[in-house]
Design a protein around this ligand. Sequence first.
Ligand code: MTE
Ligand code: MO
Length: 366
Amino acid sequence: DPFIADPERDPRLKTLTARPRNAETPSEGLSPFLTPTPLFYVRNHMWVPPVEPNEHSLTITLPSGDEKTYTLEDLKSRFRTHTVTATLQCSGNRRADMTRAVPDKGTNGLQWEAGAISCAEWTGVKLRDVLADAGLDLASPGPDAKHAQFEGAEAYGASIPLSKVLDSQGDVLLAFGMNGAPLPADHGFPLRVIVPGNVAARSVKWLKKITVSDEESTTQWQRRDYKCFGPNVAKPDWSKAPSIQEMPVTSAITGIQRPEAGGKVNVEGYAYSGGGREIVRVDVSIDAGKTWAQAELMGDEGKGSKSWWWKRWRFEIPDEGDEGGEVLVKATDESYNTQPEDYRGIWNQRGNLSCAWHGVHVGPGE
Ligand code: MTE
Ligand code: MO
């Protein structure tokens, strides 16, 4: 049984598949700034690999062929420790919205609602510090040093451009801590890479090996799955589209509360953009998008060089009338990128980057 090392899971997680474990964060877990660890969404392509922390090691290979191996103890004792707040979001978050919007075509993949996203404080050492120790010249790494490839202990792998690692404000971590405790088994114990601002698929769990290379990781997760093609492309030439790295701006409604009978309806949710682009505005409409009003942004501050974390927001519906209706949300990031209105222009067969305006029905008495 390859799933023998899979841990017990919190029953409040919304399970999509049990083996491998894929489960989204319930709305109660989407409400706090830092997602309680047991409610952090889980996306496993395979099993949780059994690991013996004292035997776990990380091997780094440079383009020169030089190789260096680090134990966990080496990483913890020899490098400065940093804590970074980062939201992880799956490329398929909100895929179910895209499927519902284009029912004749549907989408392939796990049908996530708005809970394939969570936020945590990650503690570890900077990958750039470790690469320098392994012998990479950070100032002039050479023409063959273009990508950092990551391999997990089960077989999963992915890569990111090396420039993200070399950026002194990139905050790429080799993390052993999550929300002040050791990483749990589902989230990569004992070591994972955290790539803040990039699609979570690049934050490889159960990290065993890093290769600095002139090419991207050759896995399907780098070369195929996380790409978007136009609706007319039935047989994509995978090499013709870049792998998803930074994600576009998105938002969602995650809770609706009526404090007391007859009281006003409060709507709350999150907004997030990739690349450390801060969310600067969230707008809500209660008339199908004809008019919009700005929601209140919560003042949460995370740790890190850029805004790697989501923004929580809330909005009080002024007068919902008797019929209720659809509440819509859209967000704007610091580059003034905003979300598309609907799925007509962004539908893709894999259902990646499902980020149109999010709507939830609010009815009387709800
Ligand atoms: N790393 C390994 N080793 N195996 C995996 O299946 N899944 C990736 C990424 N890293 C994966 C992995 C994907 S697609 C996502 S969305 C995130 O891990 C999910 O991280 P989480 O389970 O900690 O929420
Ligand atoms: Mo993912």
